[in-house]
Design a protein around this ligand. Structure first.
Ligand code: PBG
Length: 324
């Protein structure tokens, strides 16, 4: 055969394949989401997320020291709130769980970029991300609480706050609160295109934060939409987001790619709890190879255009990259 073009020439050996590989995954791309709980010396396994734990603050500090030693640049914290009420007052308590965790981490592992989730759901007894008035998740009243929450994290020393609530105008409201108080250096990682997804199920088990009534479809996005995602991202950039996020990642790779082609800000993708669970379950059944499945999906997320990935696989991937 007289074939001038033979793409297989570039797949012949591992060395050649390494030379022509277009996308690489590095430890610097990873953000590890972590769950924090009250008490001490606690490391509670999370039933819905095998291999993940809720850490008391002392254990969290220990865990983060080894995370940093692996070279992972950042962690993203979620609080397992013991006290929930209808106004989410625990969310902005200056001595609350997350505020104490941030203070401890900045004292003990200062190089690690500490990020915190900003949303009311773990702190409300109804499980919604915003305040509820007459059965409605109210927007503007919620912004005030989100601003207070972000400010209390900034006072504790957080590097980035990560609003995940999908209220309109929250990025601007948080930016304004932070700037007024002099926290101009605290960054905002905005969950800009966050979909109303079934893939958050295991996470809601971890924090006992599932909505008691209704669903999140009046604030999180319809999975059928993509133009709307670009609008949400543009709004967040306008309001001062430093990094924008698409969430979940795997069913929304087209959104990541469109965002990458449209905007020049860094893009994060959240490889969420249900995506974690699917690989665990299929690997346990022997249907896929766990390590290969993880590598394949994380490369796909990078390839689609994400600069950084929040993933529960961060630690095992970092360990594997280090032993290569
Ligand atoms: C809270 C929040 C959720 C996740 C991150 N922040 C759950 C939700 O919106 O219901 C999901 C993360 C995951 O599934 O791994 N607003």
């Amino acid at each position: 055969m007289n074939l001038t073009q033979r793409p297989r020439r570039l797949r012949r050996t591992p060395a050649v394949r390494n030379l022509v590989r277009e996308t690489s995954l590095a430890v610097d791309d990873l953000i590890y989401p972590l769950f924090v709980t009250e008490g001490s010396q606690r490391r509670e396994p999370i039933d819905s997320m095998p291999g993940q734990f809720r850490f008391s603050v002392d254990e969290l500090v220990r865990e983060c020291a080894s995370i940093r030693a692996l070279g992972i640049p950042a962690v993203n914290l979620f609080g397992y709130a013991a006290d929930k009420d209808d106004l989410a007052t625990g969310a902005y308590d200056p001595n609350g769980l997350i505020q104490r965790a941030v203070r401890a981490l900045k004292a003990e592992v200062p190089e690690l970029c500490i990020q915190t989730d900003i949303a009311l759901d773990p702190y409300t007894n109804h499980g919604h991300d915003g305040l509820v008035v007459d059965g409605e998740i109210v927007n503007d009243e919620t912004l005030e609480v989100l601003g207070k929450m972000a400010l209390s994290h900034a006072e504790a020393g957080v590097d980035w706050v990560a609003p995940s609530d999908m209220m309109d105008g929250r990025v601007g409201a948080i930016r304004q609160q932070l700037d007024q108080a002099g926290y101009t250096q605290v960054g905002i990682l905005a969950y800009s295109a966050k979909y109303a997804s079934c893939f958050y199920g295991p996470f809601r088990g971890a924090l006992d934060s599932a909505p008691k009534k209704g669903d999140k479809k009046t604030y999180q996005m319809d999975p059928a939409n993509s133009r709307e995602a670009l609008r949400e991202i543009a709004l967040d950039i306008d309001q001062g987001a430093d990094v924008v996020m698409v969430k979940p990642a795997l069913a929304y790779l087209d959104i990541i790619a469109r965002a990458r082609a449209t905007f020049d800000v860094p893009i994060a993708a959240y490889n969420v709890s249900g995506e974690y669970g699917m690989i665990l379950a299929a690997a346990e059944k022997g249907w896929v190879d766990r390590d290969q499945a993880i590598d394949e999906v994380l490369h796909a997320i990078k390839r689609s255009g994400a600069d950084m990935i929040l993933t529960y696989f961060a630690v095992e991937v970092a360990q594997r990259l280090a032993s290569k």
